[in-house]
Structures are given as C-alpha cells and as structure tokens.
Ligand binder design. Structure first.
Ligand SMILES: Cc1ncc(COP(=O)(O)O)c(C=O)c1O
Length: 394
C-alpha cells in the first residue's frame, strides 16, 4: 500500500493534538478556537427545529441543490447588501462551513507547486485545507493595520514569473492575531491584486463580532472587478456544529465552485439550511448577535485587564476590537513551544505562535483565545501564564 504524495505530506494539526491535552478540566485553556457554549441559542433552535419540520417536513430531510437553498441565499443576499456587498442569485452559494470554501478554492485554482500569498501569521485551518493541493507559500508579515502592502507588492514583483493566483486574507479580527486590516490597505490590496491579475480570498468569520471601534467595509464591498472571493459563516453567529457557511464570487468562479462542491458533498445539510433560513427570516439573528457581542466583549476586557496587570515588561499583545483571539509576543529569546510543557504543569494552555507561521517565525509568540474560557477563569489563567513567563525571563 502506498499513499498519494499529497497524503504523505499531510500531518496532524498541531492544535488538534494539543487540544487533547487541554481537555483536562483542571487546565484553563486559551488554546482552542471555540465559541462559548453559552453563546448557543439552544431553546431558540429547539423551537425553530419543530417549526422547520412542521413547515417543510420531508423537503428539509431531502437532498437539496448543490448551490444551496434558494430561500436562504435570498436572505443572505439581503444581509450582505447591508455590509455593502452586492450580489445576485448566481453569485452566492451555501457551503459546508467556510472551511469548505478554502478547500474548494484550492481545488479549482491550485496546481501542484503553485504559489499563494498568505498572511504571517495565518489561520491554521486554511493551511490544512491548502496543503492537500501542495502549494508553495509566500508569507507576508502584518502589523497593527493588517497585511503589509509594501511587502506584498515587493514579494509579488520578486515572484512575478511564478504561477500565482491567490492572496488569502482574514482581514477582520484575524485568527490568530486579532488584527484588522485598515480601510486604506483594503483599497490598496484591491489595486495590487488587479495589477498582478490575482484573486483575493477574503475569509470573514468574525466581522459581526465587533466590541469596540468603527466598522470597516469588507474588501468584497469595494471590489468593482469581481476579483474577490468572499466567505462568511454561521459558525460564530449561530453554531459551528451546523457546518454552514456561504461563498460569494463572480458568476464564472461560482460555476466552477458548484461543480467542485458537487464532487465533494453533493449539497450542504438541507435541514440546517432551513433552520438558518428561519433564524434570518424572523430577525432572530439580530437578537442573538448583540448577546454574543456582550458576552465576548466582557471576556476580552477581562483578558486585556489581566494581561496589563500580570504580564511583565518586555511582553506585548494586540488589542482586538472584536473576534475571539489576541496575539502575545514575548522577548525574542523565549520559545513558546518549549514553554508549553511548563504551561501545562501550571494548568494553563495556549497555542504557540510558530504553528501559524509558514516562514519559520512566531517562536516568541502565542495565540490566546478569549471566547471560550469562563469569565472567572480568565484572570487566573493569565496570572499563571505570567508566572511562567517571569520565571523564564529571569
Ligand atoms: C479564519 C477562519 N476561517 C475559517 C474558519 C472555519 O469556519 P467554519 O466553521 O465556517 O468552517 C475558521 C474557524 O475557526 C476561521 O477562524
């Protein structure tokens, strides 16, 4: 038996392995990327489920169209319009989470050995999806305003003779850094993509979760040339267990995506599509999101306050206006991967920064999730982490 070349290169996600360790209830975990279990509207879903079975019965249990339920797409078109994104019925499809969009994009665009631009650090799940198609990564570093555009342009110029189609970005409350790309850079990335004839893959799971600051329009809303593939998800505003997302792109790309999706799963889960349809149709989403925001804002504030209180001089961290993560950087001589064992002994967990970086950097950084831990554990957890860092800094 011999596995395919792409399979040989697949490795277990570092986070998955690490989450197994952090399942010990004594450990305060800032490692996972999970929403709070208290953010799920269980009772509401119970009622919607009854209603879906009553109103749509067998249809909700049947296969559906590959492009997704028409009724849900119509409602999403209206919702996206409020964000400044205009699209028609043949420019939007429902997907099995936004994770599927990452996979389908790679599937339709990447030949083995193609190049693609990613932020550094970037979303680990995207690397897992892309890796199966064996691309080469060109990392572009970030600052407090998101991906650095001068560096992007320089690297594109350096690599202009290589096969390169996609710039992947999570521009709003990025996972893992919590950073948001400025409006100026959003305009600039579009100009750059146009100049080099590239597609921007805009992954936007977090923009609804804003707790402070002013909202920034999605890159897709500024896209006059149809060069942005946009993906959104119900995972952070309803339930990740539903595995429900959507994809907006120009008609031509959508046609290819539908063919690719057909081969992947025939259609998205019809039953949960109907549940999401009711969730949107009756405005329940707009009752639920403020509750989630309130819950996570409190958690973010507790974490930021605790970092301020306990973390030693020489450490720094991002101060995200939304999302679920922040990024801590320690003095350069410390290695967060090595420090992890100490952290587990002290019963606190995080994800080391190098896991998110394709350029071998990030060893001095870590991602902290603030949405999942209970409020009263956050301060204690940060205090434990601070103790280890202070010890190692000596
Ligand atoms: C940046 C980013 N993209 C995509 C996903 C996948 O989301 P979904 O549950 O919609 O597949 C996640 C999940 O955490 C994420 O953080």
């Amino acid at each position: 038996m011999e596995y395919a070349d792409r399979t040989k290169k697949m490795k277990a996600s570092e986070i998955r392995e690490l989450l197994k360790i952090t399942q010990n209830p004594e450990i305060i975990s800032f490692a996972g990327g999970l929403p709070s279990p208290h953010s799920f509207p269980v009772k509401m879903i119970e009622k919607i489920t009854d209603s879906v079975l009553e109103r749509h019965g067998a249809q909700a249990l049947q296969y559906g169209p590959t492009e997704g339920l028409k009724e849900l797409r119509e409602l999403l078109i209206k919702r996206m319009k409020k964000k400044g994104i205009k699209c028609e019925m043949d420019e939007i499809i429902i997907t099995t989470g936004s994770q599927q969009v990452l996979d389908l994009t790679a599937k339709i665009f990447f030949n083995v050995g193609d190049y693609l631009i990613v932020e550094c650090p970037t979303y680990l799940g995207a690397l897992a999806a892309f890796n199966a198609y064996q691309p080469n990564y060109i990392p572009v570093s970030m600052d407090d305003d998101g991906m650095k555009m001068d560096e992007l342009e320089r690297k594109l110029e350096e690599n202009k003779n290589k096969p390169l189609d996609i710039i992947y970005t999570v521009p709003t409350f990025q996972n893992p850094s919590g950073v948001t790309m400025s409006l100026e850079r959003r305009k600039r990335i579009l100009k750059i993509a146009k100049k080099y004839k590239l597609i921007i893959l805009e992954d936007d799971p977090y923009s609804e979760l804003r707790y402070s600051g002013r909202s920034v329009p999605p890159i897709k809303s500024l896209d006059k040339d149809g060069i942005v593939i946009y993906t959104g998800t119900f995972s952070k505003i309803l339930s990740p267990g539903f595995r429900l997302g959507w994809l907006i792109a120009n008609k031509e790309i959508i046609k290819k995506m539908i063919i690719a999706k057909q081969g992947a799963d025939l259609c998205t889960n019809t039953f949960v599509e109907w549940i999401a349809e009711e969730y949107l149709r009756y405005g329940l989403v707009d009752k639920q999101i403020p509750k989630i925001r309130k819950m996570y804002k409190k958690k973010r504030d507790i974490m930021l306050k605790a970092l301020e209180k306990y973390f030693p001089k020489g450490t720094k961290w991002t101060k995200p206006d939304g999302g679920m993560f922040l990024w801590v950087t320690l003095p350069g001589h410390l290695d967060t991967k090595e420090m992890f064992q100490e952290a587990i002994k002290e019963k606190v967990a995080y994800v080391h920064g190098a896991a998110f970086c394709v350029d071998g950097k990030g060893h001095d950084s870590m991602r902290l999730n603030f949405s999942n831990a209970e409020d009263n554990k956050i301060d204690v957890g940060i205090k434990r982490l601070a103790k280890i860092i202070k010890k190692l800094m000596k």
